[in-house]
Design a protein around this ligand. Structure first.
Ligand code: HEC
Length: 146
């Protein structure tokens, strides 16, 4: 009787193990923590243009001071914060220059991504945003987005 129970328990344990492997494959093969993108990491690889126009150079300065905290260095996006603006979604025909003025003045209700809303950016003037947009467009073009 004891032997029978032990054998039964062994069969049960093996079956349970097999079930766990089939049912929870991601737990059966432990995932390396390091493969998950870190918070704050850039989201896309950005190719920089050889040179920026004077307007875009001013724009980069303003972008770095106000927008890069969320959108990342070179607008490459920042995991956990905000999307890359060097992205096909933000090409001029989908998000015209006016979208940049609206975003800075009114903020953005989250709709394309899951980062939450973008708050309005009262530190920048309309002229700043014209320069920032020129900067983003020049970097977009260097990455085949136009
Ligand atoms: C506090 C973080 C934060 C800051 C600072 C910030 N943004 Fe954003 N921005 C976001 C997020 C998040 C989104 C994405 C919203 C969504 O899900 O579509 C976004 C979206 C945008 C969009 C897309 C608008 C649209 O119509 O979809 C533009 C353009 C933009 N930001 C420009 C800027 C500029 C220019 C600055 C600096 C003046 C800036 N952002 C600063 C968080 C930020």
């Amino acid at each position: 009787m004891i032997k029978f129970t032990l054998a039964g328990a062994a069969v049960f344990a093996v079956a349970l193990g097999a079930y766990a492997v089939i049912r929870f494959p991601e737990q059966a093969t432990p995932v390396q923590e390091t493969t998950a993108p870190a918070q704050g990491a850039p989201m896309v690889a950005v190719t920089l243009p050889e040179a920026l126009s004077a307007e875009a150079t001013m724009g980069k300065r303003a972008f770095d001071a106000v927008c890069a905290d969320c959108h990342g260095e070179n607008a490459a996006g920042k995991m956990g914060f905000a999307p890359p603006l060097i992205h096909k979604i933000y090409e001029p025909s989908h998000h015209g220059d006016m979208a940049f003025q609206m975003a800075a003045a009114n903020g953005v209700r989250a709709h394309h991504w899951k980062f939450g809303d973008m708050p309005p950016q009262p530190e920048v003037t309309r002229a700043d945003v014209i320069s920032i947009t020129a900067y983003i467009r020049e970097v977009q073009r260097a990455n085949g987005i136009n």
